[in-house]
Design a protein around this ligand. Sequence first.
Ligand code: HEM
Length: 529
Amino acid sequence: MYILVTAILGGLILLLFYVKTSQKLLYWKERNFPYAEITVFELYRKMSIFVFRLKSMDAVVKDMYDSGAGMKYFGQIGLHKNEIVLRDPDMVYNVMIKDFTYFMDRPFPVDEKTDPLSGHLFALKGDRWRALRYKLAPTFTTGKLRTMSKQLFESADSIVEYVSHKHEPLEVKQLVYSYTLDIIASVAFGMKVDAHKYLDGERSQFVDMSLRFFQMTKWRFFKFIMITLFKDFSKAVGLTLTEDDVKAFFFDLVRDIIQHRKETGRKSNDFLQLMMNMKEEDEKYGAKMSEMKKEMVNLEEEDKELFENLDTSKKGTQHFEFTDANLAANTFIFISGGSETTATALTFALYELSNNPAVQQKLQDEIDSTLIDQELDFATVSSMAYLNQVVLEVLRKHPPIALMNRHCVQDYKIPGTGHVIRKDDEIVIPVSSIQNDPEFFPDPEVFNPDRFVDPDSIRKGTYFPFGLGPRFCIAQRFAILSIKVLLVNLLMALNVKMSSKTKTPIKFQTELFTKSFDGGLWVEFEARN
Ligand code: HEM
């Protein structure tokens, strides 16, 4: 009897779920919006793959992209909210650039009061984002990059020195991570980390805390799902992705550095100092954007793009007052946003170079011939054309961020159609799939830097590893330069080849949001003759 009642109740609950989900599936049809057909079981299967992390992020994104084959954009039933997925390059261009004002936000929570670390450039919304972006736009001008490049060369030297003494297979992600942590800590707040020492077991609290930010443990993933599914509840109980001690560490660190600089009057040449100077100027002159415009007068020609499309003429967009809390938040986003992404790009660069010896040789030839009569510096690295093609192709085939998001802030009628994207709709832009679609890049699985002989010939809206429009990656030039500097330093001295320690067939980890080799990528470096 007991078993029968339980079975009937269980059956009724399942039926209820089925009916509820079937109704949910009608959402896009009722809205008269193109959508990907899916059955209830298919939807549950898809959601389980994501929640239980059964496939890598790239594979999940590819499945999503393929489910809308033949459509320019389509609605799908999301985990917590229904989403619109873009497939068509013109739509991508419209949403990210042309009609940006409709889609200027990202759908990530910001609550500067309860979680001050959330008040950073990546998450801020609307006019508050615009005002901060305008202020931070000069962070990576050509002049500043030239100065920063000295630190990049120094850190790259340490890595080459380390590698040259190791006659054993090395795991690439860990190796290059030590470089990216080094350079970003230095550029962000002038800190010398020497992170490569942690490769040999020496521990540093900074390295540990930075790594913890990315490790997707089971507990962190559970929190991610909770925050995604139950935003308000998570907020009410104070559930945040980053642990309190990690937050406290970075806050205290930035606060101590600020304090030390104020007390000693010492100034450094880093991002934190740039913000501290602005804060001081704001206190003197008021936080008006007009003050910033003074800086623009001295910009080099190519730097003008850093300010492109940042319309700050509207009332209310002109103020961003820095506090110690948002100085910390924005320093933190540099470390978190910058180290993992750049390390992922470098890992895949070394993967492709090991697998494509002809490309490696051609790149070494370019490096050798450039350095015959020129010094290795910012200008020479920037002048290497084939190096540029290699880096662009790595970022095409393996963009470190597989998808981008936008939040619609006012109803948008898609030109030439009767379809409307409504205020509060969420948009998903699957960059990894678009950049690997054979329609836009024939034989996408082939690593071919020649695709970028003339980067201007690439169709708009098909290539954007750093995003597009006013919200593109603020550090794009710095990231590209960092990748180039390490590659040149390694390849001028060493050859790289795949080690048999790398697990084959290659599989990618399912735990992380960025693309990562399951079991690591192991390579051997040998001195060039
Ligand atoms: C290869 C390395 C990198 C890649 C592939 C990358 C990619 C991206 C992408 C795709 C976005 C979103 C763009 C959009 O939504 O249109 C972004 C935004 C951002 N990135 Fe990067 N990034 C890299 C390195 C860095 C570094 C080194 C830093 C900091 C030092 C950084 C800081 C940021 C910030 C602050 C934003 C938010 C910009 C805004 O919303 O105004 N990134 N990045």
